[in-house]
Write a protein that binds this ligand. Sequence first.
Ligand SMILES: Nc1nc2c(c(=O)[nH]1)N[C@H]1C(S)=C(S)[C@@H](COP(=O)(O)O)O[C@H]1N2
Ligand SMILES: [Mo]
Length: 541
Amino acid sequence: MGTTAGRWAALAGVVAAGTGLAVAELVAAFVDPAASPVLAAGAAVVDGVPGWLKDLAVAWFGTADKAVLLATMGVVLAAGAALAGVLERRRPPAGALLLAAVGVVGGVVAAARPGATAVWAVPSLVGVGAGVVLLRVLVARLPAPARVVSETQWARTHHSSDTGVDGPRLSETQWAGAHHPSDTGVDRRRFLAWSGVSAAAALVAVAASRAVSAGSRAVQAVRESLRLPTPATPAPPVPPGADLGVERAEPYITPNETFYRIDTALRVPTPDPAGWSLTVTGLVDAPFTLTWDELLALPLVEHHVTLTCVSNPVGGPLVGNALWLGYPVRELLVRARPQQGADMVLSRSVDGFTAGTPLDVLLEESRTSLLAIGMNGEPLPPEHGFPARLVVPGLYGYVSATKWVTELKVTRFADDEAYWTPRGWSERGPIKLSSRIDIPRPGDDLPAGEVVVAGVAWAQHTGISGVEVRVDDGPWVTAELADTVGPDTWRQWRFVWDAPPGDHLVAVRATDADGVVQTGEQTPVAPDGATGWHTISLTIV
Ligand SMILES: Nc1nc2c(c(=O)[nH]1)N[C@H]1C(S)=C(S)[C@@H](COP(=O)(O)O)O[C@H]1N2
Ligand SMILES: [Mo]
């Protein structure tokens, strides 16, 4: 690059590729919102990157990792497009070929996504067609390198005419003449006009694709007008003592709006309940398919369950408690009649994600595992799995909580592998006994005297029987424990500390209902969940 004309060529590449991409998005909006080449390529990256890189991304960017991924892809694409522009000017049609190759790869990647058909390649191919034509048109408006006019001259001309500085000038006719002797000498203006029109077209295409993929908005409307059936088995009321009401501490029930969200989906899948169904299949004597209306007509159960992500670091936010409404998975499995030898249920989402849950856990009579459709009295929010998901008390989400679920395949751990298993995470994922300090928070102004320390502790399906707090090297002191609806949710705790001035370390540990004390041994989140005592440092003044 370097020369001015080279920079214009790079710009031509970016404009052409950007417009092609916008056209592709527009076509995708009509084909299938999930067929977007950008999202398909992003999803392929998400699925394809090595586990350590993904862990690093999550560690650095947290739940912003998706935005960072898309931004990185944008930068890489823009750089490639600029290169295509430069190549096209120097060695036509090398740039067009580069662009075409990227488009074809994009099409193949999109068509290879889980749930995709060959049609998913169409947006990329149409988009790249538009991009290639534009690239050739735009670059043809630029002076070819090392012909009638030298690049330096062109640069100077170009510069001086832009700024009005006088210098050795070449007429625009000469620029035009360098490439298209027959043209009338307005090629630079045409170049800019083409670029401008092209960029505007790109914006229109993106806006239009947004409008069309409002197909997902139609599903939103369906969701909003949905009235959840009354549960045949309502949840017992939450005892008033379950929430200690400590200001700024985590509430007993996590509102849907602030409930953590973890999944591999770059775009929230929005299956229409009208077309949704759940198939129970695999090693069963009586496979069947359940439609949305059939599900709504079943006797539904309400149950409070605290969900936790295996990627939650000690003290982390990836845990939340909600009231779920659904139908017991156990009943569905019993109806399908699992065969001898089966030991796993592979649940599958519309977007291809899978979780592997031990069959015996799902069959336990005393464990309310749900095919859930409601969360805290509302239909599941789209990002939490609308229209239906699994919720299994006691297991990390990655091995149990499949959102947008459409299939339960009864199988064997020896025969099938869930999404995260080949990516460095344990095949089994029981939730580990944990506790967290929510207040004080970093930066809190803490005068000496009574300081309230409070938080939550969880050991889903076993239950919490005690929480202790330790200040510096002092003894473990019993904290006040809140009430709970049962063993499947977290429990709040509170400790009033007579704090002396100075720097202090405050740690928490829980004991479960079996009498097991939370270990202080620190382990990382991979492969099966972090351990260690949450410890905060406080300055009392
Ligand atoms: N379809 C789908 N379901 C999924 C996942 C996913 O990536 N895709 N992630 C799982 C993980 S790792 C967790 S912790 C829970 C999180 O559920 P939430 O986002 O509703 O909190 O969803 C589970 N279900
Ligand atoms: Mo998770």
